[in-house]
Design a protein around this ligand. Structure first.
Ligand SMILES: [Zn+2]
Length: 308
């Protein structure tokens, strides 16, 4: 699918449009895909009119909120990485969606909670209180539109804990079926990047650098990419349980893991690896959306074995 940017004169591939033309949203000239019963005319939330929302089926429809971060990613990558990767996966997934796929993608919330990167200029960060409030109120907006299923697609490892609090709140207070997923948790990566890199290359390493070489090669400075060996490698040799994160974790700042702010072997990244990763993530996202869509809302119940 291609979109016309009415402000400019270009017709953009949808991937480039979503990543590079967020300000042009008003001018989107959507390629019509039909509007029969149960078929949304667009998979982008903001392309629908308020009338269109009245016809959506809350049992089937899944509102997808991409949540990202704008934070330093070492000397070789822009602070946009987590937002760019999220936009790239979402854009590919929308390209792959059938017209009757019941997904509606909200505009991305690009700024997240990135307080582990505060020592590095360029990082934008919201407090956990503010961000939880923003995400919850977006959930309320989805609920007000008559929908009950929501998926937070996350691309920043520093905020799954906060998403767990928000999705439980949406269940308790609004009765919603709220789900969150870190993109990298639904994709097999070890066959592409190796076990070691997948475990230790958690930030600006081979994985994220490869994805950026595929999505935004003009923004990657490969001459500055190194094998950034993080503290977690030494800890793995020295300690049985103590790790920066996982079953046992501690409150690290990124400079504790590596002074240059990246973790992983960025020097071996390739655009080809990045393309496969984005494709896999998009395909897995469609599977997850389908599973959420088929989950019966009746499974969420206010009743217990002891209530009337
Ligand atoms: Zn990242």
């Amino acid at each position: 699918m291609r979109l016309r940017c009415l402000k400019g004169n270009s017709i953009c591939e949808i991937k480039r449009f979503y990543a590079d033309h967020p300000a042009c949203s008003i001018g989107v000239d959507l390629t019509p895909t039909g509007l029969e019963d149960g078929v949304v005319k667009s998979h982008w939330w903001w392309d629908l009119s308020t009338r269109d929302f009245a016809g959506l089926d809350p049992e089937r429809t899944v509102a997808v909120i991409p949540v990202a971060a704008v934070e330093q990613h070492g000397p070789h990558l822009p602070v946009r990485v987590d937002a760019a990767i999220n936009a790239g996966i979402i854009a590919r997934a929308v390209e792959l969606m059938d017209v009757d796929c019941p997904a509606l993608v909200l505009p991305m919330m690009p700024i997240g909670k990135s307080d582990e990167h505060l020592a590095f200029p360029g990082t934008l960060s919201l407090s956990h209180e503010t961000l939880a409030r923003v995400w919850f109120e977006l959930g309320e907006s989805v609920h007000r539109a008559g929908l009950r299923k929501i998926l937070f697609l996350n691309s920043h490892g520093g905020q799954p804990q906060l998403l767990e609090i928000v999705y439980r709140d949406l269940r308790v207070k609004l009765g919603m079926f709220a789900v969150s997923a870190m993109w990298s948790a639904i994709v097999e990566l070890t066959d592409l990047f190796g076990v070691e890199e997948t475990r230790h290359g958690i930030h600006g390493g081979r994985i994220e650098t490869s994805m950026m070489l595929h999505l935004h090669p003009d923004l990657v400075e490969m001459q500055r990419a190194e094998n950034f060996i993080p503290l977690s490698v030494a800890l793995e040799r020295e300690a049985r349980f103590l790790r920066p994160e996982g079953a046992v974790g501690f409150g690290w700042q990124t400079q504790d893991l590596h002074a240059k702010g990246a973790c992983g072997n960025a020097a071996t990244a390739t655009a080809a690896l990045g393309q496969v990763t984005v494709q896999r993530a998009a395909e897995r996202l469609l599977v997850l959306i389908d599973e959420i869509s088929r989950f019966p809302l009746s499974r969420l119940t206010p009743h217990t074995a002891y209530s009337n």
